[in-house]
Write a protein that binds this ligand. Structure first.
Ligand SMILES: Cc1cc2nc3c(=O)[nH]c(=O)nc-3n(C[C@H](O)[C@H](O)[C@H](O)COP(=O)(O)OP(=O)(O)OC[C@H]3O[C@@H](n4cnc5c(N)ncnc54)[C@H](O)[C@@H]3O)c2cc1C
Length: 196
């Protein structure tokens, strides 16, 4: 199914949405707020904050049912784990490398972890050898992408000082769209291992 994805950075805020070809859409909004902040009516709060943003952001919020909104703090594993395995236990996905959502890579890496672990278990002679290979193949890449996601968040959603936001927006306007796309897509290139 083809999709269209759009991400907008503002002052201490980010809004992203995916429009699916079957007419459905999903969106996320990320805000700079103290941990644990909660609103009686999160959708009403978002409508108020984003009503001046470009189309189709206000329309997407207007079309959303209040019960469909999930509101969570964004947590991440700031200190990279020295290993994603202990004995015969392996951590996958966010348990191994919870990253902020700014590159849209968290779930992708959970899938990469899963197939890498399956391939290692299917080909190595022991579970211990398979887990050692899984850790060696996955941890450097997922931790590097987690670092890049954090940097993208710092440059994007987290900037709130008006001068810094103006400088960022000017730099983004001057960056050729191909170069910007390359910056984001460089993390996407990954060749899955062959399963026997
Ligand atoms: C706003 C936002 C946008 C995102 N956008 C993207 C994107 O575009 N692309 C992308 O690839 N990623 C994206 N992500 C990241 C993605 O959602 C996560 O990386 C992914 O869900 C991690 O999957 P997981 O299975 O490792 O963990 P989870 O999705 O957290 O699954 C773990 C599950 O285990 C359950 N659980 C926990 N403890 C127990 C227990 N003791 N017993 C039983 N069950 C338990 C939990 O309830 C949960 O259901 C986004 C994240 C956010 C917050």
């Amino acid at each position: 199914m083809r999709t269209d994805f759009e991400l907008t950075w503002g002052q201490g805020a980010e809004f992203g949405h995916i429009a699916f070809r079957d007419g459905r859409a999903e969106w996320h909004a990320v805000l700079n707020l103290p941990a644990g902040t909660r609103f009686a009516d999160p959708l009403a709060d978002l409508r108020r904050r984003f009503h001046t943003w470009h189309d189709p952001i206000p329309a997407l919020l207007d079309a959303t049912r209040p019960a469909a909104v999930l509101h969570h703090d964004v947590n991440e594993l700031r200190t990279p784990l020295p290993s994603s395995t202990v004995g015969r236990i392996a951590l996958l996905g966010d348990a191994a490398h919870a990253m902020p959502p700014h590159l849209g890579q968290g779930a992708c890496h959970a899938l990469e972890d899963a197939i890498t672990l399956a391939a290692a278990l299917a080909t190595e002679p022991t579970v211990e050898a398979a887990l050692a290979r899984y850790d060696a193949e996955r941890r450097p890449r997922s931790q590097a992408v987690a670092r890049a996601a954090r940097q993208a968040g710092r440059m994007g959603r987290q900037l709130s000082h008006p001068l810094a936001v103006t400088l960022r927006n000017t730099a983004m306007r001057l960056t050729p769209s191909r170069a910007a796309a390359r910056m984001i897509l460089r993390h996407h290139a990954w060749v899955p291992p062959q399963l026997p």
